[in-house]
Design a protein around this ligand. Structure first.
Ligand SMILES: Nc1ncnc2c1ncn2[C@@H]1O[C@H](COP(=O)(O)OP(=O)(O)OP(=O)(O)O)[C@@H](O)[C@H]1O
Ligand SMILES: [Mg+2]
Length: 112
């Protein structure tokens, strides 16, 4: 299993949610975050205004998936999240050792 952390522009959330559910993910966690990348948060436009601060609002989507879904998910997310401007975000992938579904006690991919 893999955990995919996707940092996106806030207005892209609906589109990302739709493409993830189409792929067949079983669940997702969404968090409001703030951060910066290579530009240090400068020269990015958010809601028409150029931010002069270091941190810009982003959304982090976390999904844990079966590895077989990874390639399809990555392609769909990149296509959905890209505007071509700086600040489009990033995708971080890491291994997941174990998952437990609390209600049933199931574990592994059955628990997703
Ligand atoms: N190396 C990193 N580690 C952790 N979070 C990061 C990293 N790079 C970017 N982020 C997160 O992703 C968000 C968007 O990053 P961003 O897309 O601006 O990356 P970038 O490398 O500057 O690419 P671009 O040049 O296209 O803007 C940041 O606000 C931050 O929350
Ligand atoms: Mg950037």
């Amino acid at each position: 299993m893999k955990k995919v952390e996707i940092i996106i522009r806030p207005f892209k959330l609906e589109e990302i949610k739709e493409c993830l559910t189409e792929i067949g993910i079983k669940g997702m966690t969404v968090t409001d975050v703030k951060g910066f990348g290579r530009q240090g948060g400068h020269k990015e436009v958010y809601r028409g205004a150029e931010y002069q601060v270091d941190f810009l609002p982003k959304i982090k989507v976390e999904v844990v998936i079966e590895e077989e879904l990874l390639d399809e998910l990555m392609e769909a997310v990149v296509n959905a999240a890209r505007t071509g401007q700086v600040g489009d975000g990033k995708i971080f992938i890491s291994p997941v050792d174990e998952v437990v579904r609390i209600r049933t006690g199931e574990s592994g991919t059955d628990a997703l």
